[in-house]
Design a protein around this ligand. Sequence first.
Ligand code: NAD
Length: 280
Amino acid sequence: MAQIIDGKAISAQIKEECKEKVAALKAEGKSIALAVIQVGNDPASSVYVRNKKRACEYIGIESISYELPEETTQEELLALIGQLNEREDCNGILVQLPLPKQIDEDTVIRAIDPKKDVDGFHPQSVGALCIGQPGFLSCTPAGIIQLLKRSGISIEGKECVVIGRSNIVGKPMAILLLRENGTVTVTHSRTKDLKEVCKRADILVVAIGKPKMITREYVKEGAVVIDVGIHRLEGNKLCGDVDFEDVEPVCSAITPVPGGVGPMTIAMLMNNCVESLSLS
Ligand code: NAD
């Protein structure tokens, strides 16, 4: 039986640690606030935003909430970000993606002061990650490193294969595994012999966006499998990019969906918010 990596429990642990740190900061007379901006009312985004605000409340971080209409212009959004960059009582700025089509996401991400870039998407944060300088880490990959470490799985010297090369998961994941001294291969939609490459992995991180694509044919006996994917099936059931029932018997440890990587993203966002205080 594989070890089931419990993202719910580990994320709860990280949130408790954040709560303690915030309480200590408050005792020193400091306060901490996160601006959360949603443009439009995409239902999935509304759920994410609500969960992020709830997590803030639990930890003791004030959330400054902006719900802007769908037709908001890029200039209006950039003006708001400009104001928040200047505000001393705002430590972090989070713009919920995706944005409506009239707004260019890259321009918006670049407008956020890197000292308040708690999502870790600003090119300066990404550059800092690549050269090992201090900066905010992209939340999902940072959460995966915590899942591995806190489950007693060492990365050093391991063959790590990442499937997917997106800017928010695949690429930062590869750099973080490298930083932990893993031997890293990044695969993607043009990779030849994907199964053979994946079968080399001691640690396989799957971020493809295709429900249940990864079966045991891609997995070496005893490998650790991290499933980043999240999909809603008919009947409201959730599944990942990995076919859990098929893969679980052959691997040594695996993250479930739900309850694996998902809860870690918000926990690491909270962690970044707490860290933002030392940068501002
Ligand atoms: P994306 O669509 O931006 O990237 C997918 C990547 O998979 C691409 O780099 C592509 O090259 C690769 N790919 C596509 N088809 C492939 C194939 N047949 N073989 C090999 N590689 C292939 O997706 P993303 O934003 O990185 O997200 C990936 C998944 O993770 C999605 O299901 C998303 O919903 C989920 N996700 C979850 C969290 C979380 O908090 N749990 C956070 C971000 C993303």
